[in-house]
Design a protein around this ligand. Structure first.
Ligand code: IDP
Length: 138
Protein backbone atom coordinates (compact mmCIF):
# COMPACT_ATOMS: atom_id res chain seq x y z
CA UNK A 1 0.00 0.00 0.00
CA UNK A 2 1.47 3.36 -1.06
CA UNK A 3 1.69 6.42 1.18
CA UNK A 4 1.70 10.09 0.26
CA UNK A 5 2.02 13.36 2.12
CA UNK A 6 -0.83 15.90 2.01
CA UNK A 7 -1.50 19.38 3.40
CA UNK A 8 -4.69 21.36 3.90
CA UNK A 9 -3.10 24.78 3.25
CA UNK A 10 -3.70 27.97 5.31
CA UNK A 11 -6.34 29.38 2.92
CA UNK A 12 -8.48 26.27 3.35
CA UNK A 13 -8.10 25.96 7.14
CA UNK A 14 -8.96 29.70 7.48
CA UNK A 15 -12.04 29.28 5.31
CA UNK A 16 -13.30 26.38 7.44
CA UNK A 17 -12.87 23.74 4.71
CA UNK A 18 -10.81 21.26 6.75
CA UNK A 19 -13.73 19.01 7.69
CA UNK A 20 -15.11 18.83 4.15
CA UNK A 21 -11.67 18.06 2.72
CA UNK A 22 -11.08 15.30 5.29
CA UNK A 23 -14.53 13.86 4.51
CA UNK A 24 -13.67 13.71 0.77
CA UNK A 25 -10.35 12.03 1.59
CA UNK A 26 -12.12 9.24 3.47
CA UNK A 27 -14.96 8.97 0.92
CA UNK A 28 -12.36 8.46 -1.83
CA UNK A 29 -10.88 5.50 0.04
CA UNK A 30 -7.74 6.99 1.56
CA UNK A 31 -6.73 5.90 5.05
CA UNK A 32 -5.44 8.74 7.24
CA UNK A 33 -2.29 7.22 8.71
CA UNK A 34 -1.14 10.39 10.52
CA UNK A 35 -2.60 13.87 10.99
CA UNK A 36 -1.83 17.06 12.91
CA UNK A 37 -2.48 20.80 12.81
CA UNK A 38 0.67 22.93 12.72
CA UNK A 39 1.63 26.58 12.20
CA UNK A 40 4.90 26.67 10.26
CA UNK A 41 7.49 29.38 10.71
CA UNK A 42 8.85 31.02 7.55
CA UNK A 43 12.07 28.99 8.00
CA UNK A 44 10.15 25.72 8.32
CA UNK A 45 8.15 26.54 5.17
CA UNK A 46 11.39 27.36 3.33
CA UNK A 47 12.82 24.01 4.41
CA UNK A 48 9.74 22.18 3.22
CA UNK A 49 9.77 23.90 -0.21
CA UNK A 50 13.60 23.94 -0.57
CA UNK A 51 13.21 22.23 -3.97
CA UNK A 52 11.45 25.41 -5.22
CA UNK A 53 14.03 27.85 -3.77
CA UNK A 54 15.10 29.11 -7.21
CA UNK A 55 11.53 29.70 -8.44
CA UNK A 56 10.20 33.28 -8.67
CA UNK A 57 7.21 32.45 -6.46
CA UNK A 58 9.33 30.95 -3.61
CA UNK A 59 9.05 33.95 -1.27
CA UNK A 60 5.30 34.37 -1.77
CA UNK A 61 4.74 30.63 -1.42
CA UNK A 62 6.70 30.27 1.84
CA UNK A 63 5.13 33.46 3.28
CA UNK A 64 1.69 32.08 2.48
CA UNK A 65 2.47 28.66 3.96
CA UNK A 66 3.63 30.33 7.20
CA UNK A 67 0.67 32.77 7.32
CA UNK A 68 -1.67 30.46 9.23
CA UNK A 69 -2.23 26.91 10.39
CA UNK A 70 -2.04 23.89 8.08
CA UNK A 71 -3.27 20.34 8.55
CA UNK A 72 -0.53 17.91 7.56
CA UNK A 73 -1.31 14.26 6.84
CA UNK A 74 -0.01 10.96 5.64
CA UNK A 75 -2.52 9.19 3.37
CA UNK A 76 -2.48 5.55 2.36
CA UNK A 77 -4.13 3.90 -0.64
CA UNK A 78 -3.18 1.81 -3.68
CA UNK A 79 -1.43 4.33 -5.93
CA UNK A 80 -1.85 7.02 -3.23
CA UNK A 81 0.53 9.55 -4.82
CA UNK A 82 -1.25 9.71 -8.17
CA UNK A 83 -4.71 9.20 -6.68
CA UNK A 84 -4.24 12.13 -4.28
CA UNK A 85 -2.93 14.40 -7.05
CA UNK A 86 -5.97 13.42 -9.15
CA UNK A 87 -8.32 14.27 -6.28
CA UNK A 88 -6.57 17.64 -5.75
CA UNK A 89 -6.75 18.61 -9.44
CA UNK A 90 -4.57 21.05 -11.39
CA UNK A 91 -2.24 23.43 -9.49
CA UNK A 92 -4.26 26.42 -10.73
CA UNK A 93 -7.87 26.07 -9.46
CA UNK A 94 -9.07 27.90 -12.59
CA UNK A 95 -7.80 24.92 -14.61
CA UNK A 96 -8.85 22.20 -12.17
CA UNK A 97 -11.50 19.70 -13.26
CA UNK A 98 -15.01 19.66 -11.80
CA UNK A 99 -15.18 17.53 -8.65
CA UNK A 100 -11.56 18.12 -7.63
CA UNK A 101 -10.62 19.70 -4.30
CA UNK A 102 -8.82 22.64 -5.87
CA UNK A 103 -11.83 23.37 -8.08
CA UNK A 104 -14.17 23.27 -5.08
CA UNK A 105 -12.01 24.84 -2.38
CA UNK A 106 -9.10 26.67 -4.11
CA UNK A 107 -9.21 30.42 -4.82
CA UNK A 108 -6.21 30.91 -7.13
CA UNK A 109 -2.75 29.49 -7.86
CA UNK A 110 -1.32 30.92 -4.63
CA UNK A 111 -4.28 29.89 -2.49
CA UNK A 112 -5.00 26.46 -3.89
CA UNK A 113 -6.22 24.66 -0.75
CA UNK A 114 -4.07 21.52 -0.81
CA UNK A 115 -0.61 20.07 -1.36
CA UNK A 116 0.41 16.58 -2.42
CA UNK A 117 3.73 14.85 -3.04
CA UNK A 118 4.64 14.36 -6.69
CA UNK A 119 6.75 11.16 -6.51
CA UNK A 120 7.73 8.34 -4.11
CA UNK A 121 11.06 9.98 -3.14
CA UNK A 122 9.36 13.33 -2.40
CA UNK A 123 6.63 11.57 -0.42
CA UNK A 124 9.25 9.86 1.78
CA UNK A 125 11.17 13.13 2.35
CA UNK A 126 8.01 15.16 3.04
CA UNK A 127 6.56 12.57 5.46
CA UNK A 128 9.87 12.49 7.37
CA UNK A 129 9.94 16.33 7.52
CA UNK A 130 6.76 16.40 9.62
CA UNK A 131 6.29 12.96 11.21
CA UNK A 132 8.37 10.45 13.15
CA UNK A 133 7.92 6.74 12.48
CA UNK A 134 6.03 6.44 15.81
CA UNK A 135 3.39 8.88 14.57
CA UNK A 136 2.46 6.77 11.54
CA UNK A 137 -0.44 4.65 12.70
CA UNK A 138 -0.98 2.11 9.94
P1 IDP B 1 1.75 21.36 -7.01
O1 IDP B 1 1.40 21.92 -5.63
O2 IDP B 1 0.53 21.19 -7.86
O3 IDP B 1 2.62 20.15 -6.94
P2 IDP B 1 4.16 22.89 -7.71
O4 IDP B 1 4.58 23.21 -9.09
O5 IDP B 1 4.93 21.86 -6.94
O6 IDP B 1 2.60 22.52 -7.75
O7 IDP B 1 4.19 24.27 -6.89
C1 IDP B 1 4.07 24.31 -5.49
C2 IDP B 1 3.09 25.38 -5.11
O8 IDP B 1 3.62 26.66 -5.50
C3 IDP B 1 1.72 25.30 -5.82
O9 IDP B 1 0.81 24.47 -5.15
C4 IDP B 1 1.27 26.74 -5.83
O10 IDP B 1 0.62 27.08 -4.61
C5 IDP B 1 2.58 27.50 -5.95
N1 IDP B 1 2.84 27.83 -7.36
C6 IDP B 1 3.18 27.03 -8.35
N2 IDP B 1 3.35 27.71 -9.51
C7 IDP B 1 3.11 28.96 -9.20
C8 IDP B 1 3.12 30.16 -9.97
O11 IDP B 1 3.41 30.17 -11.18
N3 IDP B 1 2.79 31.28 -9.30
C9 IDP B 1 2.49 31.29 -7.97
N4 IDP B 1 2.48 30.19 -7.22
C10 IDP B 1 2.78 29.04 -7.83
Amino acid sequence: MERTFAIVKPDATAAGFTGRILARIEQEGFKIVAIKKIFMSKKQAEGFYAVHSARPFFNDLTSFMSSGPCVVMVLEKDGAIKEWRNLMGATNPAEAAEGTLRKEFGKNIDNNATHGSDAPETAATEIAYFFSALELVG
